[in-house]
Design a protein around this ligand. Structure first.
Ligand SMILES: *[C@@H]1O[C@H](CO)[C@@H](O)[C@H](O)[C@H]1NC(C)=O
Ligand SMILES: *[C@@H]1O[C@H](CO)[C@@H](O)[C@H](O)[C@H]1NC(C)=O
Ligand SMILES: *[C@@H]1O[C@H](CO)[C@@H](O)[C@H](O)[C@H]1NC(C)=O
Ligand SMILES: *[C@@H]1O[C@H](CO)[C@@H](O)[C@H](O)[C@H]1NC(C)=O
Length: 407
């Protein structure tokens, strides 16, 4: 592992640029001893630091530095893996994945536990409800749920297992990636870096931290993202038969796509179609020559490799039925529903309608998807979770790590 990953552990520069860890402090947040686990204050402090540092995709440098310092201070080996900048306009600092473990300098980890350190815009400040901290205390801020709640819970879960000698440090590797919210470039880069190695590590299991309301996800829908472009012929709006309206074609096509069953399954329900952007034409009195629709389809059928193509063919067929020549369906990639293992005692199960980095990591490993907080508030202005959600997640990640190591 170390031969491929630039080993820049605790270099002077890194330490110099590190964001300070923010103490939880605050006299009105005195801990309530009753049902508080021993790690509560460490968990909340770590979560606060992570959420406080802005890390919108493309600008993950500061939070990456924080994670490296946090882990190296606690005896981990933390390697950083530079991921190419997204484009010239985004951030002026390097961005990197953090790969960490405790123990052997040449580990052969059986289990990888991973989440992402980037968030969607805009940055929203950290907030915690006033009063004594209890399990019901709400914590808000961008990333509090997606996915810094998972990042904090994963780190504390492993720390607690290690400090009680319940796992061997070399068996468990941590991976915190950049770019999940945009293109998955961080996880793809990590996946490629494994392929480059002479002795590829074979993880028995990979645990992905994303908001599942602490339910163990049996999988998530696939996706097909892209654009439909319609080409018409411009003419005077008083003589529309002289032209061909790209908008009219597009409206017919969209209506038909909405009315068509694009594929459903018992586990994932219906494939859903979102017409997220729609533009076309140049003026009210001109028959429009061009129309364009930005689409996101959530694919409810498998297989993971190919399920997206089946849906694409169904959409293409509809477009052809409307007009053989006018449409182009442009999509960079698609995938079918992504199954995960949810056969572990002690968890409620669910399926998710969102995408994750799971398909971006190649390999023949058992996959788990789990984490605190609700996707229904992730990406929104009211993103929040409770102290109890975070603490339950620590226990949940521990159960999954122990289960995966036993299997
Ligand atoms: C860079 O990314 C931003 C945000 O995604 C986008 O608005 C901009 O057009 C991109 N620039 C280039 C040169 O690709
Ligand atoms: C993998 O190896 C190729 C060829 O040597 C190289 O171009 C590429 O950057 C490497 N990728 C990673 C992620 O290390
Ligand atoms: C799926 O779509 C069908 C119509 O095609 C509808 O009757 C059904 O209620 C939908 N199921 C869900 C779970 O939305
Ligand atoms: C906090 O999140 C929950 C979902 O977990 C949501 O129902 C609630 O409206 C949010 N609260 C605030 C104050 O934003």
């Amino acid at each position: 592992m170390r031969s491929v990953i630039a080993s820049i552990v605790a270099s002077t520069c890194l330490r110099a640029c590190l964001a300070e860890q923010l103490p939880l402090a605050g006299s009105h947040h005195a801990l309530v001893p009753d049902d508080a686990p021993s790690y509560r204050s460490e968990l909340l402090s770590l979560h606060k630091s992570l959420v406080t540092i802005p890390s919108v995709s493309g600008n993950e440098n500061a939070v990456g530095n924080f994670v490296v310092e946090y882990l190296t201070d606690r005896g981990y080996i933390a390697d950083i893996q530079f991921v190419p900048k997204r484009n010239n306009t985004q951030g002026d600092k390097e961005r990197f994945n953090v790969v960490a473990w405790r123990g052997d300098s040449n580990p052969t980890p059986k289990v990888l536990v991973t989440s992402h350190i980037d968030v969607v815009p805009p940055h929203i400040d950290y907030g915690i409800e006033d009063g004594p901290v209890t399990k019901d205390t709400r914590i808000s801020g961008r990333g509090s749920v997606d996915a810094k709640g998972s990042v904090a819970a994963i780190i504390i879960a492993l720390e607690d297992l290690l400090s009680h000698d319940r796992v061997d440090g070399s068996d468990v590797m941590l991976l915190f990636v950049v770019g999940e919210e945009v293109s998955g470039d961080g996880m793809r880069y990590f996946s490629d870096s494994l392929k480059n190695m002479t002795e590829q590590p074979a993880f028995d299991a990979v645990i992905f931290g994303e908001p599942t309301e602490n339910k163990l996800a049996c999988g998530h829908k696939g996706g097909l993202f892209g654009e439909i472009v319609a080409q018409g012929i411009a003419s005077h709006s008083g003589y529309p038969w002289l032209g061909k309206s790209a908008n009219e074609l597009m409206v017919h096509a969209m209506a038909k796509i909405f009315a068509t069953d694009l594929g459903s399954s018992d586990l994932y329900g219906n494939t859903t179609f979102n017409l997220g952007r729609f533009e076309g034409g140049v003026a009210a009195n001109v028959v429009p020559e061009h129309a364009r629709a930005g689409i996101a389809i959530r694919v409810a059928i498998g297989p993971e490799k190919g399920g997206g193509e089946i849906v694409r063919e169904r959409v293409q067929k509809i477009l052809n039925e409307i007009d053989e020549d006018a449409f182009e369906l442009i999509s960079s990639h698609s995938y079918g529903a992504v199954d995960c293992d949810c056969d572990v005692d002690g968890f409620e199960t669910a399926v998710m309608n969102y995408g994750t980095d799971i398909p971006n990591l190649a390999g023949d490993h058992t996959r788990y998807l789990y984490g605190p907080g609700s996707i229904l508030v992730a990406h929104g202005p009211n993103e929040n979770l409770t102290v109890g959600d975070l603490e339950t997640a620590v226990e949940g990640f521990q159960k999954l790590i122990l289960h995966a190591l036993k299997a």
